[in-house]
Design a protein around this ligand. Structure first.
Ligand code: DC
Length: 224
């Protein structure tokens, strides 16, 4: 069977991971969450007291980081220097740290290389910020998801609540705005829609409605 790739990009809370997971289940292909990789680098720095905004310090830290991805029953586990840190990286603070470390060229180059190696081995649906533009410029399918910042903040809050955490809507919206700004204005490979990506504004759409549009696009482009 031919190997193919699906690239999903978009800002924080646009529904990328929900849609990517769904596609991976429906199509029987691997879901690679690239945000988790940036989060793991940030988590290492934060644990060691390294400023995630300090490029030189983060670059030095990279030498001490061994990053592995383990797929267990279709779930991606992040292994940092032999330790499974998957359960610790989904906080807003680590998300902001990930956005910070993602501005540095050595970090991006190292993670992009890992991502490209994974997509060479088997069919993947990969989500992130630079997948359609940089990581997999030849992906058979490229999707760019977007939504109003208020709606994205509501979704994030729901995710937090599902994890038993609380949060303030205005505060979450502000964090998302800041992260979008950081991701879209960084110098090296910022978040942007690939010219050949299909853009979907998911504001007011249910997951099922978004999935239907995406699956139709995948079918048109790959026959799957
Ligand atoms: O998708 P996420 O919220 O887990 O991503 C966390 C941060 O990681 C995001 O704000 C920017 C960075 N990131 C990136 O720069 N490039 C990617 N391909 C994925 C994430």
């Amino acid at each position: 069977m031919k190997i193919y790739s699906i690239a999903i990009d978009g800002p924080a809370g646009s529904g990328k991971s929900t849609i990517a997971k769904l596609l991976s289940e429906k199509l029987g292909i691997i879901y690679v969450d690239t945000g988790a990789m940036y989060r793991t680098v940030a988590y290492y720095c934060m644990e060691k007291g390294i400023d995630t905004k300090d490029g030189k310090a983060v670059e030095r830290a990279l030498d001490d980081i061994k990053l592995e991805i383990k797929m267990t029953d279709g779930v991606q586990h992040m292994i940092l220097n032999g330790r499974d840190v998957t359960g610790f990286i989904r906080t807003a603070e680590v998300g902001q740290g990930a956005s910070d470390v993602g501005t540095f060229v050595p970090v991006r180059d190292r993670l992009v290389e890992m991502q490209q190696a994974m997509a060479k081995k088997c069919s993947v649906v990969m989500d992130g910020r630079d997948i359609g533009t940089v990581v997999l410029p030849n992906a058979e399918v490229k999707i760019y998801l977007n939504a109003d910042v208020e709606e994205r903040a509501r979704r994030r809050l729901k995710d937090f609540e599902a994890q038993g955490k609380t949060g303030d809507l205005a505060e979450v919206a502000e964090q998302i705005r800041q992260r979008d700004h950081n991701d879209m204005t960084r110098e090296y490979n910022p978040l942007r829609k690939a010219d050949d990506a299909v853009e979907i504004d998911t504001t007011g759409m249910t997951i099922e409605q978004v999935a239907e549009v995406v699956l139709k696009t995948v079918h048109e482009k790959t026959g799957e």
